[in-house]
Ligand binder design. Structure first.
Ligand code: ADP
Ligand code: ZN
Length: 291
């Protein structure tokens, strides 16, 4: 049995094929161009493989409401050509197999909860700090959707008293994405995040990320927090984030998890495959529901 896995990101699409145990047998990636070109690449890749199901973790916002007329559409994205694009509809037309569909970050949370750093846990938060910021969450074993799906990259946080950078979010300016995403770091310092080594850069970044995590901890009560995305590759970041999370929570909560922040706030164990393996779980679930 083969599952086709798609991690549809705003910068690149990663496609792969997994066996029933989640072993990646093959993978490829291509840049996210206009929908027609990109989806043709997806189609060409999978049409040569005999897949039994597909899992799609997709950048958003996306419509996940089964009863909605636009279920499976990408909604109001800043990527103009993808606005109101029926990505699920395209795959359904091309492939007559069950398809599981969720956000890219929910998919990564699911992957880590089944096969990675949060294996076996029912309450897991996955946050990606890349070009933008987004987070997905498993609550009591279910991926949280609700009205739309969480958009945790746009919460408001307290500004550092010495920070006068206005923020880059086109909607809110200084939400967490506006102040702490990879794109905001690059705009603030006029240099890409991977070339910034100064402690002050990473302390400020951690100051903001830790505030967001504190809010997520207090609202969602996750048993594990996984931080992925390009910016999380900076080794100092998680170290400082843990220090600030401890300081901000100020012993208000005393769980075993919070006493051991080293194991509570971690990088993805699946590395760059978290999204792909999550898509595998989405595909497998869709196949099981169908049978
Ligand atoms: P995307 O979010 O576009 O899918 P990534 O998750 O790879 O892609 O994130 C890209 C961001 O990560 C860029 O802003 C880049 O500057 C930043 N980045 C990449 N590598 C590092 C690194 N080693 N340390 C800090 N930031 C990094
Ligand atoms: Zn915002």
């Amino acid at each position: 049995m083969l599952i086709g896995c798609i991690e549809a990101g705003g910068t690149k699409f990663v496609c792969g094929v997994c066996d029933e145990r989640g072993q990646i047998l093959d993978r490829t990636q291509f840049p996210t161009l206009a929908p027609n070109e990109t989806m043709e690449n997806v189609n060409n890749y999978f049409s040569k493989k005999s897949i039994n199901a597909i899992g799609l973790g997709c950048f958003g916002p996306i419509d996940l409401k089964l009863t909605s007329k636009t279920y499976g559409f990408i909604k109001n994205t800043p990527k103009e050509s993808w606005k109101n694009y029926n990505i699920l509809g395209y795959l359904k037309k091309k492939f007559n197999v069950p398809i599981g569909f969720d956000t890219d970050v929910n998919s990564a949370a699911l992957g880590e909860a089944h096969y990675g750093a949060a294996k076996g846990l029912q309450n897991v938060l996955y946050i990606t700090i890349g070009t933008g910021i987004g987070a997905g969450v498993l609550v009591e074993g279910n991926l949280l959707h609700g009205m739309l799906h969480p958009e945790m990259g746009h919460i408001l946080i307290r500004r550092h008293p010495d920070d006068d950078f206005e923020g880059i979010c086109p909607y809110h300016k200084d939400c967490i994405e506006g102040l702490a995403s990879g794109k905001s770091i690059e705009t603030r310092y006029n240099k890409k995040a991977q070339y910034l080594t100064d402690d002050s850069v990473w302390k400020l970044e951690a100051y903001y990320i830790a505030q967001a995590l504190m809010n997520y901890i207090l609202i969602l009560s996750p048993e594990k927090i996984i931080i992925g995305g390009g910016v999380s590759k900076q080794k100092k970041l998680l170290k400082y984030v843990r220090v600030y999370v401890k300081q901000f929570l100020n012993d208000y909560i005393n769980t075993n998890e919070l006493k051991d922040l080293e194991h509570y706030i971690v990088n993805p164990q699946l590395g760059d495959n978290a999204g792909l393996i999550g898509a595998f779980v989405l595909g497998l679930n869709a196949l099981n529901e169908h049978n």
